[in-house]
Ligand binder design. Structure first.
Ligand code: FAD
Length: 344
């Protein structure tokens, strides 16, 4: 029987960050992950954007979480020797005169936005209402997740397999799983948590996102380009083009209907031909109030959760994982907005 402090289920961005901060605290962890190819973290573009949604509201806690995320990703990049974090300008094309006015009104005092003196990408983009520049970033999840997995393996802290809830034994003292014993188990398994009976009271509102991978001959940029669809340059020369939001879906696979909708948005943005080279789909793990879901089951204190990162996993995960670690180390009280207990 191997005894550790924490069993962590899932190595998306949530399990990666939580295990990282617990290891930094000197805790022994084992992460169990089945590497689902279309998990949210494996399909996401990794965008960090200070402005939220179509109403251009400042992203929740951004001034606090962004510097924290940046420092954490740069630290991991140095440790793992892979590119993880890139600051990028978001070239945000206004879809209408009304949205242009709304943007200017909402962002007058923002340090993260500016109105450019001249238009970029005139050959490529249809932008009759102009554009703004937002200071954002991307996290290269495609390099971070596998490199961190190897790091965990080098510490004998990774079990690359599917976790079966039926094999979990829970007591007041802790949990047992096969020949593993831990003080606590923390579910970081993304949308799979919605099927976990321990968390059936949580009001999850998962939503599916689809993405196209497109080639746009001649368009070379490091910027993110955003209108009703967002283009993110990839290492292989393609653009990640997404993503849709669907709340009612039979499965997590790509669909012809969303391909059509995404292509419609691409046709409204691009003045040049493009070629679709791939299509991806995944489900975002969200709670109904769009706040992270963190804490322990009130009746089973050995069972925890770190979930609900919604559309903002890359910006929220580092700060929230460190906060959870501080709570576990009894250095902080859990922020009420994120506390699992709000659902019980
Ligand atoms: C199309 C799309 C685009 C997105 N774009 C962005 C973006 O640009 N920026 C941003 O910040 N966020 C984005 N998001 C949201 C982001 O992806 C999520 O917030 C984040 O990835 C959630 O991470 P997670 O670790 O909680 O869950 P997940 O990434 O789903 O990770 C869960 C992990 O648990 C594992 N797992 C599940 N069940 C088991 C089991 N029983 N046994 C073992 N392992 C298991 C899975 O294999 C997986 O590795 C996007 C999401 C989608 C779908």
């Amino acid at each position: 029987m191997r005894k550790v402090d924490y069993l962590i289920i899932g190595q998306g961005i949530a399990g990666t960050m939580l295990s990282w901060f617990l290891l930094q605290e000197g805790k022994e962890v084992i992460v169990i992950d089945d590497a689902k190819p279309n998990s949210a973290s494996r399909v996401a573009a990794g965008i960090i954007n200070p402005v939220s949604g179509r109403r251009f509201e400042p992203a929740w806690m951004y001034d606090t979480i962004y510097p924290y995320a940046k420092a954490t990703y740069l630290q991991l990049s140095a440790l793992l020797q892979v590119p993880v974090f890139t600051t990028r300008q978001i070239w945000s094309v206004f879809p209408s005169a009304q949205l242009q006015a709304a943007f200017l009104q909402k962002t007058t005092n923002s340090v993260y936005t500016q109105v450019p003196s001249s238009l970029r990408y005139e050959t490529f983009l249809d932008q009759p209402f102009g554009a703004a520049i937002i200071e954002g970033a991307t996290v290269n999840l495609g390099s971070l997740l596998p490199a961190y997995r190897n790091y965990l393996q080098s510490l004998s802290a990774m079990l690359p397999e599917h976790f079966e809830l039926t094999k979990l034994e829970v007591s007041e003292q802790g949990v047992k799983y096969g020949d593993l014993q831990a003080d606590k188990i923390i579910f970081c398994d993304g949308v799979a948590t919605t099927r976990n009976p321990y968390f059936e009271r949580v009001k999850f509102l998962p939503n599916k996102g689809e993405v196209l991978l497109v080639e746009i001959p001649g368009l070379e940029t490091q910027d993110i380009i955003k209108k009703s669809i967002t283009l993110v340059p990839q290492d292989n020369g393609l653009f990640w083009a997404g993503s849709s939001f669907v709340w009612d879906y039979p499965d997590d696979q790509p669909t012809a209907a969303q391909r059509e909708a995404l292509e419609k948005s691409l046709n409204q943005l691009l003045k040049v031909p493009y070629a679709v080279k791939g299509q991806l789909a995944a489900v975002r793990p969200s709670g109904n109030d769009r706040r992270p879901i963190i804490g322990f089951h009130p009746a089973h204190p050995a069972i925890g959760i770190f979930n609900g990162l919604g559309t903002k996993g890359c910006s929220l995960a580092p700060y929230m994982a460190n906060h959870f670690k501080d709570v576990l180390a009894k250095k902080a009280d859990l922020m009420p907005e994120v506390d699992l207990i709000r659902y019980f």
